[in-house]
Design a binder for this molecule. Structure first.
Ligand code: ADP
Ligand code: MG
Length: 396
């Protein structure tokens, strides 16, 4: 789960990370009121979307082509900048051509920037450790630095048994060319690591982390992404979710506790178990078509879940046929078959439906499907199912 910059700053600020004063605003009037509460005389208006590259981004249909982060010098200009952003679509390197709708802005105190650094924490799958990355090349995308100047990225993998220590922070601080009291203030690394672990993060990225004219170290941007598999431990973070930033089908699936990923093919897949789902997608490809989604309904494929799954699959206009491939283990095939029959009737399915069942009570399950009076195409095995569903979309 991703959150907005202003939410990330609020959260990290609670841990003691130095951030500037700022307020979120949903209208231009609120933005002006927010600016009036700040010290000034320089203000920054920042579009809040779940994507980076806002500063260098462009608003769709904006002939002036100004970016999603603007530095201004009066409350009136804050209002004008907010007016130009809210309700508009911002296109950045990370959003793709479609861009993202800006529904709110963050009005922040202006910063006297002396140096822009990069500091990021992530789970490095190669070393199986939380790894801190730092670079003198702040402000630009770290992927670009990695490509053109890999030598400018410092990496420190943290041993989970001994944790992070002051020497890690000093090593990074010296590597970044920090001196004097900035080396001492680089305990920000320790703070971020503590927050990363406690909040079960996947990514914490401060880009840029700046050294101000007064020599302070401040987080000027903040990206925090949580590990979805650990969210159940953090009910208090639930309120930070912004549904409008997600694919509506994927959001629907999250709410129904289904593992769904939208893809761009034409065959909707409903499978139980991630491994079987992957195999199903592969075999659809093998027989010459492509999957419209990955969907693992999990171990409890009952009528209610099957109905939800069908509803999500068929809300995708690209779906031309559905393949159900379910192995009845704990969930018995007769129960699953009843679920499929009930769901197809309720939703009045209009695309061909191929069903392959295997496992406990499979004969009973097949009988239920055969006697349902519905145009369900039964399949004997995985290859048979894939061939039949591909034939159905090709109109054979
Ligand atoms: P993004 O990464 O999405 O482009 P940032 O928050 O990193 O957005 O902002 C882009 C750039 O705008 C920063 O690299 C910095 O130079 C400038 N900037 C951001 N916030 C402030 C601020 N409060 N004061 C001055 N400049 C800022
Ligand atoms: Mg940034």
């Amino acid at each position: 789960m991703n959150i907005h910059e202003y939410q990330a700053k609020e959260l990290l600020g609670r841990y003691g990370v130095a951030v500037l004063q700022g307020h979120v605003a949903w209208t231009a009037e609120e933005a002006a009121a927010a600016a009036a509460k700040l010290p000034g005389p320089v203000y920054v208006v920042k579009s809040q979307i779940h994507a980076g590259g806002r500063g260098a981004g462009r608003f769709a249909n904006d002939p002036n082509g100004k970016g999603g982060v603007r530095v201004v010098k009066s409350v009136e200009d804050v209002k004008a900048a907010a007016e130009a952003m809210i309700g508009k679509v911002l296109v950045t390197k990370q959003t793709g051509e479609a861009g993202k709708l800006v529904s709110r802005v963050y009005v922040e105190d202006g910063c006297d920037i002396k140096r822009e650094l990069y500091l990021g924490l992530l789970v490095d799958r190669d070393s199986s450790r939380v790894t801190v990355m730092a670079s003198t090349e702040g402000g630009m995308e770290i992927e670009e630095v990695a490509e053109h100047h890999p030598e400018k990225i410092l990496k420190v993998a943290i041993d989970p048994a001994s944790g992070i220590s002051a020497f890690h922070a000093r090593k990074l601080a010296f590597g970044l060319g920090l001196t004097g009291k900035q080396v001492g203030s680089f305990t920000i690394v320790l703070t971020l690591y503590a927050a990363f672990l406690e909040l079960d993060c996947a990514i914490v990225e401060i880009n840029p982390l700046v050294v101000t004219g007064a020599g302070e170290i401040v987080a000027l941007d903040a990206k925090v992404s949580f590990d979805d598999n650990a969210l159940f431990r953090h009910k208090d973070l639930e309120g930070l979710r912004d549904d409008s930033e997600m694919d509506p089908k994927e959001l629907d699936a999250v709410k129904n506790d289904l593992n769904y990923v939208a893809l761009d093919g034409e065959i909707g897949c409903m499978v139980n178990g991630a491994g079987l789902a992957m195999a199903t997608m592969d075999i659809i490809k093998l027989y010459g078509s492509s999957p419209a989604n990955f969907l693992d309904v999990g171990g409890t494929a009952n009528a209610a879940r099957v109905t939800e799954a069908f509803r999500i699959i068929t809300s995708d206009v690209n779906v031309k046929a559905i393949l159900v491939n379910i192995f009845g283990g704990i969930a018995k095939c007769d129960m699953i078959a009843n679920g499929i029959v009930e769901a197809s009737k309720n939703l009045k399915l209009s695309v061909p439906l191929v069903v392959r069942l295997e496992g406990t009570n499979v004969e009973l399950g097949k009988k239920i499907l055969a006697e349902s009076g519905l145009a369900i195409i039964p399949a004997e095995n995985l290859a048979d199912a894939a061939q039949k569903v591909v034939a159905a979309v090709k109109g054979a």
